[in-house]
Design a protein. Structure first.
Length: 264
């Protein structure tokens, strides 16, 4: 009778553990449990993410890199057959000295700075043509962010023409439990009106369909979900120590009577 009770108790403990395992493995970690009605109609205002100056595989600032305090501008003003060259540091007020002229350039691009220098020089020169070269004090690399079932989640330096597949390679690849059919790309640097795209790399690997390998933009957020089987595996890793601790006291109580009741 005692042996039977212990056996029943062991079945109950194992059954409860399997139930918890199934419950723990049926939800993707990137899936919200809140209903759609819980989404706020008016999202909180967040500042846009800062942009980088260069791609990871380049060494010069891109055309949209803003001019900032501490940068150096190399300015060439041509008039007729002659030209004048200036080199000046952007001060804290965002202005730069070009000869005797003060030109505000803080936060604008090189193309806009060239127009401002030409406008400032026009009262003193006939048909001036300005050329500006930007030397950054500190270059900032463009980046994307990748999370989910990858080996090294976090920030990834962005190369020019980077795709989702290249971002996964930069994150030291994905796990076998990754759900490659439903990779999400959240796009929208200001978070006010983001766009959600889907990349299907399983189709790429199966059929060679490169159209599902999306091209990335700066500050994109990539999420690689995990299959439910992968969720169950992760839940098993957490529950097995608990099950072992619960079952181990049962073994001696079940085995000892079996050995002591043996009769030759």
């Amino acid at each position: 009778m005692l042996r039977l009770r212990w056996k029943h108790l062991g079945v109950v403990v194992v059954g409860a553990g399997i139930g918890l395992l199934l419950l723990g493995g049926c939800r993707n970690p990137g899936q919200s449990t809140l209903p759609p009605s819980a989404v706020s109609d008016v999202p909180h205002e967040l500042p846009p993410l800062p942009k980088g100056d260069v791609y990871a595989d380049e060494t010069v600032p891109t055309a949209d890199a803003p001019i900032e305090t501490g940068d150096t501008l190399e300015v060439v003003i041509r008039r007729g057959a002659g030209e004048e060259k200036y080199s000046s540091l952007v001060r804290e007020n965002g202005s730069v000295s070009v000869g005797f002229m003060e030109v505000p350039v803080g936060g604008i691009t090189v193309a806009e700075a060239e127009r401002r220098v030409q406008n400032a020089a026009r009262p003193f020169m006939r048909e001036p043509r300005a050329q500006v070269m930007l030397k950054k004090k500190l270059l900032k690399i463009k980046r994307v962010f990748i999370f989910g079932d990858v080996k090294k989640p976090g920030m990834v330096p962005m190369a020019r023409n980077m795709t989702v597949l290249q971002a996964l390679a930069a994150a030291d690849n994905f796990y076998e439990t990754a759900l490659l059919e439903e990779i999400r790309v959240v796009r929208g640097g200001d978070f006010a009106n983001p766009t959600i795209l889907t990349a299907d790399l399983a189709r790429l690997f199966t059929y060679g369909d490169l159209s599902r390998n999306l091209a990335l933009e700066e500050n994109d957020v990539i999420y690689v979900p995990r299959e439910q089987l992968g969720d169950a595996t992760e839940a098993a890793k957490k529950l097995m120590p608990i099950l072992q601790a619960a079952i181990m006291p049962i073994y001696p109580a079940y085995l000892i009577p079996a050995f002591t009741s043996f009769k030759p």
